[in-house]
Design a protein around this ligand. Structure first.
Ligand code: SAH
Ligand code: SF4
Length: 414
């Protein structure tokens, strides 16, 4: 979501004649698009911002802006702490970046009720795959999460505007879109999310549709059916579990139990036996016991995700979990995270090994640093491969998988 926000800010700026430069010393304007999902992201931002201070001391005409969730969270306070920051612009107001630059300085952090109606051009890095926003904000208030406080309430973009953007992308040569939202299956534009997928599936020239992220509580049989029936909708879902303990899930306010989650996994695998399922896990939520942690490990063993993102629980401002008793020491969180990652690494590797000697459809994105072609399977696995003939980015090719690693597959064209 943040990377696409950056693409859209670049889109707005390029309309105003700005061009990106590689070296901050050459820039007239430096914008930092920030994330505050975990404390570590915030620390990284603060050290980067600190480094910009002497650039500003050397060149008073340099403008510095902070965008994203830290901007939203800190508002005016950020400029008190770092007076060399000229603009503070929250994620709901990135459409106003151009307007902001007409002022010497300013803080733009109001709630933007119109966000889903704004059409902001994007300056995309890839020419094959594109992110497309379908909804903004989140209403779920998982007890650990800052997103509902920084990105505001859920607002869905009208389906006609989404279809128009995708059609324009196809005209520009794009082959794949990834629909973006904090919780895409609660999309509530003029149609439902499964209906939106059906509409996109009818667009000529579009090869693949993906979406992130889905919330398990909103995943129902209709979405599973549409995924299975729509040939453009890829067989991959990112479905964050967060914990394998019902007690912790309840404290997290996730609104499902492990067995309800497993039922949904069963439904997906029944309809699409080759589907790849990935997930997010939080290690060391307040009050998490060794038994809760073991429940998470057991769930990982039983489900066998294709991959996970796992994080140590991080205390975030405003959130309910940040005031809970039973915050765990860093060492406990780190140990549990290591165990989770080690177990999942084995599972991921085992799952990838099973793909050896199979033939996969790969959407070619370009070449990697080793000169091999690179692209992804429908199940979102990276494939690096060789080919005797030249292949253009955007082509769909059949690749025989010859090697499997944890984070990628290797192969050759047939
Ligand atoms: N809306 C998406 C993703 C939101 S953030 C969803 O609900 O799935 C991505 C991931 O960051 C979450 O799934 C969660 O695992 C993790 N996360 C969010 N807040 C966190 C926190 N305070 N500490 C650790 N991980 C967190
Ligand atoms: Fe955060 Fe939960 Fe909303 Fe995801 S669904 S953004 S984890 S509050």
């Amino acid at each position: 979501m943040n990377m696409h926000d950056s693409e859209r800010v670049l889109g707005l700026l390029s309309k105003r004649g700005y061009i990106p430069v590689d070296d901050p010393k050459e820039a007239d304007l430096i914008l930092l698009n920030t994330c505050s999902i975990r404390e570590k992201a915030e620390q990284k931002f603060l050290s980067t911002l600190g480094r910009l201070k002497h650039l500003k001391n050397k060149r008073s005409d340099l403008k510095i802006g902070v965008l994203g969730c830290i901007a939203q969270q800190s508002g005016d306070k950020l400029r008190e702490r770092a007076p060399y920051v000229d603009y503070v612009i929250g994620p709901q107001n990135i459409g106003r970046v151009g307007e902001a630059l007409d002022f010497e300085e300013g803080v733009f952090t109001e709630d933007n009720l119109e966000i889903a109606l704004s059409e902001i051009p994007a300056y995309r890095e890839s020419s094959v795959t594109a992110w497309v926003n379908i909804m903004y904000g989140c209403n779920n208030f998982c007890s650990y999460c800052i997103v509902p406080y920084t990105r505001g309430r859920e607002r869905s973009r009208p389906a006609s505007s989404i279809v128009r953007e995708v059609e324009e992308l196809i005209q520009q040569g794009y082959k794949e879109v990834t629909l973006l939202g904090q919780n895409v299956n609660s999309y509530n534009g003029d149609v439902t999310f499964p209906e939106l997928l059906r509409m996109l599936n009818r667009i000529k020239g579009l090869e693949r549709v993906r979406f992130v992220t889905s919330h398990p509580k909103d995943l129902g049989p209709e979405l599973v059916r549409v995924m299975a029936e729509s040939e453009k909708v890829c067989e991959h879902i990112h479905l964050p579990l967060q914990s394998g303990s019902d007690r912790v899930l309840k404290l997290m306010n996730r609104k499902y139990t492990l067995s309800e989650y497993m039922e949904k996994i069963g439904m997906l695998r029944d309809a699409m036996p080759d589907i790849a399922i990935t997930s997010d896990i939080i290690a060391g939520f307040p009050t998490e016991t060794e038994k809760d942690h073991q429940a998470t490990l057991n769930a990982l063993k039983e489900i066998e995700f294709d991959g996970i993102f796992a994080f140590k629980y991080s205390k975030r401002p405003y959130t309910r979990a940040s005031t809970m008793d039973g915050q765990l020491p860093e060492e406990v969180k780190s140990e549990r995270l290591t165990e989770i990652l080690r177990l999942q690494d084995e599972i991921t590797e085992k799952k990838n090994q099973k793909l050896k000697a199979t033939v996969q459809e790969v959407l070619v994105e370009g070449k990697n640093d080793n000169g091999q072609y690179t692209g992804r399977t429908r199940t979102n696995k990276i494939v690096n491969f060789v080919s005797e003939g030249e292949i253009n980015p955007g082509s769909l090719v059949k690749v025989l998988i010859t090697e499997a690693h944890r984070h990628s597959l290797e192969g050759k064209t047939l």
